[in-house]
Structure formats: C-alpha cells, structure tokens
Design a binder for this molecule. Structure first.
Ligand SMILES: Nc1ncnc2c1ncn2[C@@H]1O[C@H](COP(=O)(O)OP(=O)(O)OP(=O)(O)O)[C@@H](O)[C@H]1O
Length: 258
C-alpha cells in the first residue's frame, strides 16, 4: 500500500528576476513500512523534495498524497493538526528544553493531548527502552552527549507514533559511534514499529541502513537502488552510484565491525 505519493512535483524558487528551478516533475511513491533514502550531489534538490513531501513547503505545481488524501495545500489549523498527528521530523538541531529533564522533554508532545498518566508513562517507558534511554530519564540535556541528545529528540518525535518519519541529515552532527547506534535504532523502529522513514543524507554509510535509495540530480530522479544483499553490498552499490552521478558529496568508509 502506498502511504505517500508525489505526482509531478516542480519547485521554482524566487520571482521573475531570479528564478531557480530546484525540482522538475518528480513523481514517486513510498510504501507503508519503507526506509527510503534520498541522495544526490549538493544542490540537487534533496531538501527541497523532503520539504515538499513533508508539508514544510508547497510545490509550484504537482501534488502530494498521503493515504490517498491530497495534502499539498493544507493550511493553518488543518495543517498543524495533520503534522502533529501523522508526521515526525528529525533534524540536526535538537531543540531540547534545557530546563526540563529528559523524561519531561520526551513526553512534551503528549502533554498537549492530555493523556491519562498511566498511558503517558507506558508510552515513555516503551520509547525510552527502544532508544536506549531508560537510564537517562532523570538527567538534564546539558548532562548528555550529542548522540544521547539526538536520541532524546528522536524519542520526543517517536512517542506520538507518527505514521511517517522525515529525517534530514540526522547523523550530521554525530560521531561515528553515535551515528551507528542512532541508525541501528532507526532500523529497529522501522522493523518493529513498521514506521515509514524517509531520510535525506550525503553519507553512504548512513544511507546503507535504508532499504531503497532514490538518487536526485539537477532536480530530477536520476536512478534508484534497492537493497538486496547485506549492508556492505548495499554500501558498495551506493558508492558506485555516487561515482556515476558525480558532483561530490562526502562518503565515509564502512566502519569496521558494522
Ligand atoms: N529558499 C530558496 N531560495 C532560492 N533557491 C533555493 C532555496 N532553497 C534552495 N534553493 C536552491 O535550489 C536548489 C536545490 O536546493 P536543495 O537545498 O534542495 O539541494 P540539496 O540537494 O538539499 O543540497 P545540499 O546537499 O547542499 O543540502 C539549489 O540550487 C539551491 O540553491
């Protein structure tokens, strides 16, 4: 079943004196439970595509359907409500509230829903255990490592069980060990909770955790690859495709022991 479908998305930035066509007629569909990566050279249109798919921005033309519903032009309260109930976002800056403990930061989105305390506690215990945060709930964000803070921010996103999780360079500020742990958690969530994940990344190591990767070049889909064998084999194919597509983009060697 398609959870998300983009039809003929075109995005032109600016106005008549300086126009920049960032995406041209991009169509794609995402199945429920996929872990999709979006890669491509710098300036190719990856973030633009993610922003259109995730209702952060609107296309110049084309439309985005979620579960068969046109979400392209949702506005105001309807848009806010839709995002809050269906979508999750993980970006590089974590926006944790330093005055609140980890447990309070994580349950913040549920507080708006006025859930009964036992349900709140149950949801917190579950997400903390999936993300390896059970021992850290009474710490303050300033007492944690960058990788741990990233996980707290992810827990806060995931506690509402979004249908669709969008991540833009989520490992950009993590060291290699934290990045590996974080990606393993994403994989677990994708596998156990059947959460659909769409992630933009430059990094072949990060991308090798996905099940399918779309490569974007000059605002269009250049190719796609699907994981068939183990992660090493997928990583090698990603590196090959990056070489084919050209235009740089950093790659890290597959870390030993992964
Ligand atoms: N708000 C904007 N106004 C004008 N041009 C923009 C805007 N946002 C992006 N662009 C341009 O659109 C093109 C695609 O940008 P986008 O950020 O989507 O690329 P990207 O593939 O995510 O790049 P990177 O990997 O460097 O982050 C680029 O040429 C960029 O300069």
């Amino acid at each position: 079943m398609h959870i998300l479908e983009a039809q003929q998305l075109t995005k032109i930035y600016g106005h008549h004196l300086s126009l920049k066509k960032a995406l041209t007629n991009v169509s794609l569909s995402v199945e429920q439970g996929e872990f999709l990566g979006i890669m491509g050279p710098s300036g190719a249109g990856k973030s633009t595509l993610l922003n259109l798919l995730s209702t952060i921005d609107t296309p110049t033309s084309g439309r985005v359907m979620m579960d068969g519903r046109d979400i392209t032009h949702l506005k105001g309260h309807a848009l806010a409500e839709f995002r809050r109930r269906q979508l999750g976002f993980i970006f590089q800056d974590f926006n944790l509230l330093d005055a609140l403990k980890v447990r309070e930061n994580i349950v913040l989105p549920l507080a708006v829903n006025r859930l009964p305390v036992d349900q709140l506690q149950g949801a917190l215990t579950h997400v903390a255990s999936v993300l390896g945060l059970s021992e850290l709930l009474d710490y303050y964000p300033s007492e944690l490592s960058v990788g741990q803070r990233q996980r707290v921010a992810s827990a806060r996103t995931l506690i509402v069980k979004p249908q669709l999780l969008f991540a833009d360079e989520p490992t950009g500020s993590l060291d290699s060990q934290s990045a590996t742990e974080f990606l393993q958690y994403l994989q677990t969530i994708n596998g156990q909770e059947k959460m659909t994940i769409i992630m933009v990344t430059h990094d072949a190591f990060t991308a090798s955790f996905c099940k399918r990767i779309l490569f974007i070049k000059d605002g269009q889909i250049f190719s796609e690859i699907i994981r068939q064998g183990d992660r090493q084999e997928f990583f090698d194919r990603i590196i090959d495709m990056q070489a084919t597509i050209g235009g740089g983009g950093k790659t890290n060697a597959l870390r030993s022991g992964d």
